[in-house]
Ligand binder design. Structure first.
Ligand SMILES: C[S@@+](CC[C@H](N)C(=O)[O-])C[C@H]1O[C@@H](n2cnc3c(N)ncnc32)[C@H](O)[C@@H]1O
Length: 292
């Protein structure tokens, strides 16, 4: 077993984690009412199907499966695991998102374990093991994905699975049409789906531009104007999922699925992106080898 307790977060890692804490302190309610991966019926149906498939793969242990929803936010995945009778630990750096999840649990009489913590710190110090660990729309918020997944490996039981979903593939591998479509889609989303945040977003963008040009480089400290950009650390550039999978194999994971597909916020953009043949998202199901 690797020496997880000695894991030290770099300054950059801590900065990105702190940006996430501050960003969701400002935007938890907006996230809950407008986020696509929570409200899109197709995406929600896909999640339900994936979780059913994972439960089947884990074997018939209804009521005795322990699951960790890492960076669980307002409970998008946790609620689905609780519905399936799993013993759920929900952890997130944002107290505001956890408050939203807590209210959902109270309404449904669910009683998960909830820990408000930075994920690497949590994984390095938690003594429990899990049959399933999930990261939904979370990897691209981490400065060091491999280190966090290495820590997660140690928290899995032999044969336990780790599921990741809603992460972008590398932007640089997209063709011009896909890049322009994705960019335009983002602006349409801000205008029509996050209307209440629109004028603030324009203000943040203008202040960031002004600061960078007056300071002669990118800002080193977190403020309310750059917290979102820092929090969505890899949303713009994406993740090299092919290299990530190689690194996961080196950690010791077996790859059960590595699905690469085309995803978008709106069906019209989904159709355009599919027509280009570019893949924009990936999801993984990886397993810690079963004990011999
Ligand atoms: C896009 S949201 C996804 C939330 C949820 N998993 C979902 O599917 O809706 C990203 C989440 O990651 C959390 N997060 C980001 N960095 C984190 C870190 N270093 N430690 C713990 N949580 C983190 C954020 O607070 C936020 O809840």
């Amino acid at each position: 077993m690797s020496d997880t307790r000695n894991w030290k977060a770099s300054t950059e890692y801590q900065k990105i984690a702190e940006a996430n804490r501050q960003f969701y302190a400002q935007t938890a309610d907006l996230y809950e009412v407008s986020e696509n991966c929570i409200h899109d019926k197709v995406l929600q149906a896909g999640l339900e199907t994936d979780i059913d498939r994972i439960v089947l793969l884990l074997g018939d242990q209804t009521g005795s499966l322990r699951a960790l929803d890492a960076c669980g936010g307002s409970g998008n995945i946790s609620v689905k695991l609780l519905k399936r009778d799993m013993a759920v630990t929900h952890t997130d750096i944002s107290a505001e998102l956890q408050k939203i999840f807590r209210a959902k649990c109270q309404r449904a009489s669910y009683a998960p374990r909830m820990v408000c913590s930075e994920i690497a710190h949590f994984l390095a110090h938690d003594d429990n093991t899990y049959h399933l660990i999930t990261f939904s729309s979370a990897l691209h918020h981490l400065e060091n994905i491999e280190s966090v997944l290495r820590l997660a490996f140690d928290r899995l039981v032999p044969g336990g699975m780790l599921y990741t979903v809603f992460d972008p593939t590398l932007y640089s591998r997209l063709g011009l049409v896909s890049r322009v479509t994705s960019r335009l889609e983002y602006y349409v989303f801000k205008v029509f789906c996050q209307t209440s945040d629109l004028h603030k977003a324009i203000g943040r963008r203008l202040r960031r531009t002004f600061r960078v040009s007056s300071e002669g480089g990118s800002a080193t400290t977190i403020n309310s104007d750059n917290a979102g950009v820092l929090a969505e650390y890899r949303a713009g550039v994406g993740i090299d999922d092919l290299a990530l999978v190689d690194n996961l194999k080196n950690i010791g994971f077996e790859i059960v699925w590595h699905d690469r597909y085309t995803e978008a916020r709106f069906s019209v953009t989904r159709r355009i992106l599919k027509w280009t043949g570019d893949v924009t998202s990936f999801k993984l199901l990886i397993r810690k080898p079963a004990a011999k």
